[in-house]
Design a protein around this ligand. Sequence first.
Ligand code: PLP
Length: 359
Amino acid sequence: MDEYRGVNTPIYTSTSYGYLDTDERLYPRYFNIPNQKVIVRKLAALEKAQNGLIFGSGMAAVSTTLFSFLSKGDHCIFQNGLYGGTLHFVNEEFNRFGLEYTVLKNNEIKSFQSAIQKNTRIIYVESPSNPLLSIVDLEKISRLCRKYNCISVIDNTFASPVNQNPIELGIDIVIHSATKYLGGHSDISAGAVLSSNEYIDRITKSSLSFGGSLNALMCYLLERSIKTLSIRVERQNQNASLIADFLNRRPEIEKVYYPGLKSHAGHEIAKRQMTGFGGMLSFELKEQDITVFQKRLQLIKPSMSLGGVDSIICAPVTTSHRLVSKKDREDEGIKDNLLRLSVGIEDSGDLIRDIEQAL
Ligand code: PLP
């Protein structure tokens, strides 16, 4: 790519490229400029995929992927407990376009199976899910999809490719909000889809019209970020596991949600399909007011989003699930006293002491 053989990829800022003597038509919205191609190659390698597409946000990746495969009258199954923005998108947009869908009440495989209809085209999961870290058996989902001729899609944001490679478990399409772990420093908004050449060709066709591409500078920044992805995530795994154990022993805490805990409903499945349990955990405070608790924290920042090197905490009810109705939140088991912690790479002792003094 670079005639000077620099270690880093040069940033091609051009939005205009020569077209004579070549069949290639390069243009940012065609998802084919040099920096887009480089980052996609690396992300596809991380997710063991043949190909991919890089978008301007996670939601651009989610919405474009779903709308690339669904036509009027098609049906889609969504697991229980999705990122609030995805659930909001489905609730707001699907009916308007004549799309049918079922959001499950629980994530047992038999619930997925009994929700399948003649017109079911996609089964969409998020494992671990946001914010309750629920775990779905991905091999069973992929087998179900093959049997009933549907496409399996996973939002793999919470796990990151370091902890989970769904394509190896038979899942067809992997989506990431690259704003989170892939970016890792809370300064990039991006999304990615990784899959087979066949599916990526299909999504590319719709993407050209929907136009949610990512610019070259951000592609470069993301490429720089993923050079440290594995060491960041390994540290986040370790820190989160120590904090989950600590919270689990504290009398002030009602319940801890972390797939690495033996008490977590999805622990055995997570052990099989993940190589690390991730840097995300949630917990319910017994009595203390959640705002007072967050204000008492000195190192951990009450702040939205997740997956960065800095530890941040938020209440899903007023952030990620703000647009989800109270009834839908209750159906998902998201209580008003729930806090979601995105564990960073700080010293684990410092983090635990911070939580301890705030409790
Ligand atoms: N998927 C998950 C699991 C998320 O947590 C988020 C954002 O919080 C998204 C998708 C959407 O990503 P973005 O904000 O980059 O559009």
